[in-house]
Design a protein. Sequence first.
Length: 483
Amino acid sequence: MQKLIFFLLLIISTNSYSSELNRFEDSLEQILSSEKEQDAHLRIYQHTLNLGAYGLEYLWTRTSGNGQLLNLIRESWEQYLASSEDYLNDLSTALNGNANHEQALRALQLIERTQSLYDTYMKNKNMRYILLDQSAILNNRVENHFNTTLSVTVNESIPNIIKQTNWNLLNVKNSSVILTYDGQGKDISEFAKQEDFVGDVFTDILAGASSGISSGFGALAGPIEWGDGGQLRDDLNAQEKIYKDLMPLDIIFEKKAYKLTDYTIPGYWGHNAVWLGTQEQLKAAGLWDAEELDPFRRQIEKGYSIFEMRKWGTTFDKYSQWMNLDDFAQIRVKGIESLPKSKILKIYKILGQQIGKNYDFAFNADTAFKITCSEIIYLSYGDVSWPLERILGRNTITPNAMAEVLFYKNSPVEFINFVKGNRKNGAKFHTKEEFANVMNFVKKGRDTYHQNYKSCKLKRVRINRRGYKLINHCVTKTRQLSL
């Protein structure tokens, strides 16, 4: 069975699907938009298997992160489960020994296709965690499907299901791997088999412990602040100027030097959010009446055009309230305003799917059942790569990393604003180059930036005629980063 899966993955990894995630998205849309056909289950199975093969390669070789993969896995599995409902009924009939040829054949096809998907998605630890997390969003339907289709009872019943088929009615188009194996005298006992992943229990315990510590610390540090608010809070001139530059789906950043939590998050920026747009902006773009705006329309009408994740959950905020901060930055995904309307609405659709989720105190960018402020953006903006950082064994995406990507080679975002508040002298609007300096980057050429970093080595230095000591010798270097 494992040789069969390896052969399938080898074929799949060379086909046209494995080039871009957008192709998988287009493939799924084509499958869903086509009329229901007899081979609909086969088509969505092949798509989901191809996506799994691509995902394995992506996880093995990635140097950055793309949240579109997580959404595609959920959407593809959701469609596979939906298309499997009739097949499950046929499997139930076959288990009772009452299936006709077509029902028995479909039962075998469901078993072998689900087994192939199981082996692709579940035998790799990273992919398994992604799938099970997406399954949690689907009310654990993936695990339930595995437990129904790949149970011990099904495994033991396969020979009896084979007897309910008729070889004389088979052709290449509607054949079955299990029937082929059985006809060739090959082992079929590996179909309808699941594994026990014992090591996952310990990983879950450690993840739960670190998440609990983060949650507890956040609850204690969150209310602690000093002074009388941010430097930009009462600067109406600066706020008006910033407001005029805002466009729908801009990514905005805040720095609150008067809050303790701002010092507990790595980097300069402690939080980011999405500017949904005003009613006037969305009407002008022809988006206002689209169903994808349903989760946001009432809030936007009341002036709550900022969508974000705070420690207590997803929430909306008014611009005037949100601007109680010290420093502000604004970036925009390149070319987003010229994307097809369907692509823009897909972003709003996925943003809407984040409403009601809880905060991800594990800070895991490979999960979506719980999310952070940056993960809202990571998941929602389509085929955009973001820099990931490995912390405590998990891939994380921070607000600061999302701001830093502005200075990467071939960056997917563009600079709009960087403003430092000053209650006494008024806010100052800074250039991209000044923003780079704050973010520890230096301009090296025309719109080319390098990151400053320290390279350290332990050196043995003689301290007297008898002894040596180790000194950590560091030099400052620069490097160009790319996704």
